[in-house]
Structure formats: structure tokens, C-alpha cells
Design a protein around this ligand. Sequence first.
Ligand code: SD4
Length: 333
Amino acid sequence: MNRRKFLKNATLSTAGLAVGSTLVACTKNTKSENHKSVTKQVTSLPIVIATWNVPNATAEAYKILKKGGNAIDAVEAGCKIEEADVKNQSVGKGGLPDRDGNVTLDACIMDKNGNCGSVVHLQNITHAVSIARNVMENTPHVMLSGKGAEKYAYQLGYKKENLLTKASKKAWKKWKTTSKYKPIINIENHDTIGMLAIDKNGTISGACTTSGLAYKMAGRVGDSPIIGSGLFIDNEIGGCVATGLGEEVVKTVGSFLVVELMRQGKTPQEACEEAIKRIVDKPNSDFKNFQVGYIAVNKLGETGSYAIHQWFSMTKYQDGKNENIQSKFIIEA
Ligand code: SD4
């Protein structure tokens, strides 16, 4: 990049920071003389949003928030609902296995202070999100993987469980007859759960948990436990969480990108759209054949969601209303 272009970009990002802090100031004092240009009111708090149609999970999180609980407790509790639901074959117990028949979980969590924790390739433990939270709060590390993560879970008192349910084993055996590997668009009807919450104090936290892509190669890790890709929170700005083909999210550091775009003044909706565009516009992008979806919330409590393909949705619980909202998209089904 030549110097002039670099300076121009640097100026732009400084301006972006200013917009970001204005956003924060506005949440505190929307009527201030200093911020006359901003007319938006803060939407009512608390609020929780999650990827896909997961009303039980958002209800659990909202229950905690409504009682005055904090956002980090809410997102952990909400995600645990899907982890324990054996009918959800993309998360926790009952998740579809890798091609060798092993269920391996990825999860992460991030709090209002920018602390984070994650587990990758965790086996035999349903509540990956809780182990991630423990990594964040009770270890000097951010990420634990495989056997080490499992050992840590046992140290915390978790018991070994068989996560491969009869239904998931049957599906895997059927898959083995052809062993064709191709991610199926929107197979994820009950999918990876990513959750973002703002508590009554206005602090933001997020979490994400998944069994990853069905029939993945042994050892494969997706975006969901990677801070900045599957999830990113900046309590001054907002948060974002991703779902879909993790490889494409990782390549564009999707959730961090969405938060940074919001910092530069974009609404959550605009930021999600721009981040999806970044994937679609890559040279030779095969986007017609895979799904990626983002949901985001900013400090004002405004939300957005966007996906490559139709039928991605976001569940939102706010003002006592728990609703599933179809996301905007690029390609109609
Ligand atoms: C992954 N992003 O492991 C996860 C899976 C997912 O819709 O969200 N599927 O790539």
C-alpha cells in the first residue's frame, strides 16, 4: 500500500473509533447537547439473540436476565439447553459424529471485559460451553483442546458421557454407505447455537457451541471455538456470532470483522451484510454451495442478521417477546 493510501485508511479508522465511542456515549446520554445528531433511543434491555430457531434456549437466558442476572450467566445457561437437547444434532449430546464415529465438540465464550475461553475437539462431555467458561475464569489460558480439555472437565467434576445417541449413530452408519462429503445447505435447521445477550446493566457477553460439521475429518476444528471467527464481543461496541461453514468464517475472521464494522459506524444489519459480502466476493468463491450466517447486536441494543442462503433465522427475546425472525439473504432457496 502506498503511503498516501495508508494515511487515508489510518484516518478512516481513527474516525471509526470516534464513531464507536459516540455510540457508547449515546447509550448513556442520548439527549446530550454534544450528541444532538443521534436521535435513536436505546432499545429496552435486557435482550438476548441466538442463531436459528432456539426458543427454549433464549427463554432460559432471558429468565436469568429478567431476574437481574448478568449476560455471561445468561448465555452459558442458554447454550446449555441446546447442548443437552439430544434432538439437536449439531450441538452437544446427540451431535452428529465425525467420519470415524466420534462426537467432538467446539465451544467458546467471551465476557464484557474481553476475557475469553474455548475448548476444541472435546469428547465425552455434554456441556462444552461450561468448560470453556471455566477455561476463561479459572485457568491462565484461553483455549484447551482434545484430551487436555477432557481431563480438565473431569477435574472440574464432570462425568464421562457417551454423546453418540442411537439416532446420530444410525445417521452416521447411513452416511458411511456412500461416504460422500458435502456440507448440505441449511441442514442446520436446529443448528450450532451462538448467543449474544445484553443484561440490564448494558453489558454484553456471548457464547457459541457446536458439534461442528457432520462427518468432518477426524481432528477438524471449525470457527465456533475461535475467538474473532465464531464469536467476538467488544462491550463498548457490540457482539457477533457466526454459523455455517466454519472454514469460510475463519478465512475472513468473520465475527471480529462485524464488530469492527460496527465500530466504524455501521448498524448490526449493515455490518453482517458487509461481512457476508466479503466471503461471497472472494475470487472463485463457491458460495452458492455453502451457507454462512451472522447475527449481531450493538451497544444500543439494535440487532441484525444476514446469510448467504435463505432460511437462516435468529431467535430474539426482548420486551417479554420470544420470536423467531427470518434472516435476509443473498440467494433464494
Ligand atoms: C462449524 N460453524 O463447525 C460450525 C458449524 C455450523 O452450521 O455452524 N454449522 O463450522
